[in-house]
Design a protein around this ligand. Structure first.
Ligand SMILES: Cc1cc2nc3c(=O)[nH]c(=O)nc-3n(C[C@H](O)[C@H](O)[C@H](O)COP(=O)(O)OP(=O)(O)OC[C@H]3O[C@@H](n4cnc5c(N)ncnc54)[C@H](O)[C@@H]3O)c2cc1C
Length: 476
């Protein structure tokens, strides 16, 4: 093992146990896999789903255009109403695509990864909301032109005379609220939980919109196929959310019966949480993956947060390592043994499945070390390992001893790059120095956003192919 310490000299890490129970030693790698291996990505299924999504969009446009006729377009307000109809259908379709993207479809999750799916969900959002807004405006305008009345009177008339229109308007307002609170500046000022609750109301908004679409849409009246097509879409999207985000987690947690076993302080403000449960052997998870964790204590039961496993499961135990950054992560330190734990997952594509090369470099900083530590146990023994840990002080490195012994057991290389930022840097020259064949490595990077971005940029400059640079982001 080759330990490079730059800047400040490494000193013995102080660790103290806060609470303890009979929990396993996490220092040694599992000699024989004691749980099911995480499932491999399924790019073909993901591609088929993408094709299906494109075909669905084509069908939506074809169905929308099929009912438009010259006479209707030529009548007063005809064009505005036609624009309203086409934008309604394309906008609704995009909303349903957004729902499916965050429904945690297993084939998409394990192929694309949750962070990318959430990014796509966000990218589609402005188009969906703009199309729905265009629908609202052009339908009010079109009908007011047709009935020769002003737009405010028309809006009032919609609310009192058309079934489900008032409910749809409430749905639209809920949609706008979700859109507004997701704008970067607004979101930055808001607690994650507040944003989440507002977002939850969008599902109610979608439900309210569905009935008005089916019952008042001109294209549905007398068009049985259109009704069937759209009902299938809405029911499919709703069922996937309910099944995968509520049903499956409920069943799995009933099987796992997880409870806090112990909480251990690793370094100041970073705690390892060991939970024990049943049927952990059947849990298919890869090193590097994360779960959404919900701790069923009085203050924490109502919100869940993502944490990566910091070691492969040792049935009946799982472990995560959490840095206290805000309300929930800081409260982890005070969890009592026996507290029920509810998990959703595993999620993420930051796993050995992404590695293609024989040489793998794992780079971590801060609490980003957690998925890297778990991945160390999961990479095939044929792979040559190089580990680079960046820290301001050696005593801040979480799980340093475990990392060292795991790397040593694989005859890998372990480097600590330690020192203040203005003196020590993991720059292009240092990277090339520590990993001379870096172009032929798979790189796995996890750490604070600025650190990860800098390493990814260095990797590009050093000629590491894009597809060999893998990184996990700790913020969605
Ligand atoms: C895939 C992934 C894996 C992670 N693994 C670990 C880990 O192993 N160890 C660790 O210490 N931290 C990990 N994190 C970060 C951890 O989830 C946040 O630090 C934690 O949720 C903060 O919550 P809080 O209430 O304490 O702080 P808050 O003050 O509420 O939030 C601090 C920041 O954390 C982010 N955040 C808060 N809640 C969530 C949420 N439910 N989902 C996504 N982001 C959220 C927000 O961007 C927010 O700005 C991971 C994050 C992600 C996305």
């Amino acid at each position: 093992m080759d330990t490079v310490t730059r800047g400040q000299t490494a000193v013995a890490t102080s660790r103290s146990k806060r609470k303890s129970a009979v929990t396993p030693s996490w220092h040694q790698s599992v000699s024989k896999r004691a749980h099911q291996s995480g499932r491999a990505p399924q790019p073909r299924v993901a591609q088929a789903l993408a094709l299906l999504c494109g075909a669905g969009f084509g069908t939506v446009i074809a169905l929308a255009l099929s009912v438009e006729g010259r006479a209707a377009l030529a009548s007063p307000g005809g064009w505005a109403q036609a624009i309203g109809r086409v934008s309604a259908f394309t906008g609704s379709y995009l909303l349903l695509v957004m729902v499916v993207l965050i429904a945690r479809l297993p084939w998409l999750e394990r192929t694309v990864g949750q962070d990318k799916l959430v990014r796509w969900h966000r990218k589609v959002a402005p188009y969906a909301v703009s199309l729905i807004s265009l629908h609202v405006l052009s339908v009010i305008l079109g009908y007011s032109q047709m009935l020769k009345t002003n737009v405010f009177h028309m809006l009032w008339s919609f609310w009192v005379n058309y079934p489900d229109m008032l409910a749809a308007s409430v749905g639209y307002v809920l949609l706008l609220m979700a859109a507004f609170t997701s704008i970067r500046i607004a979101r930055a000022k808001m607690k994650y939980e507040t944003w989440w609750v507002v977002h939850l109301y969008t599902y109610l908004g979608l439900g309210l919109a569905f009935m008005h679409q089916i019952r008042t849409g001109v294209m549905f009246i007398g068009h049985e196929h259109t009704i069937q097509f759209w009902t299938t879409l809405w029911v499919g999207a709703g069922a996937s959310i309910l099944l995968l985000r509520v049903g499956v987690p409920l069943v799995r947690n009933q099987q796992y019966q997880l409870r806090v076993a112990s909480v251990t302080e690793e370094v100041p403000n970073v705690y390892s949480l060991t939970v024990s449960g049943k049927n952990i052997k059947k849990m298919a998870v890869s090193g590097g993956q994360f779960f959404q964790w919900r701790f069923m204590s009085r203050d924490l039961w109502w919100h869940s947060h993502p944490y990566s496993l910091s070691a492969l499961p040792r049935p009946p135990f799982l472990r995560v390592t959490v840095k206290g950054l805000g309300d929930q992560s800081s409260a982890v330190a005070k969890l009592r043994p026996g507290t029920r734990v509810f998990v959703e997952g595993p999620y993420g594509v930051f796993t050995h499945h992404a590695a293609e090369m024989k040489d793998v470099t794992l780079i971590a900083a801060g609490v980003g070390i957690t998925p890297i530590r778990a991945m160390l146990e999961d990479l095939p023994s044929s792979v040559n390992i190089n580990v680079l840990i960046r820290a301001t002080r050696a005593e801040d490195i979480v799980h340093a001893d475990e990392m060292k012994s795991l790397v040593a057991s694989r005859n890998g290389r372990y480097h600590e790059i330690v020192g203040p930022r203005d003196e020590v840097n993991l720059d292009d020259a240092t990277l090339e120095d520590l990993v001379p064949n870096i172009r032929h490595n798979d790189m796995f990077v996890c750490g604070p956003a600025g650190f990860t971005d800098a390493i990814v940029a260095s990797a590009r400059r050093l000629g590491v192919p894009h597809e060999h640079v893998h990184h996990e982001s700790f913020t969605f």
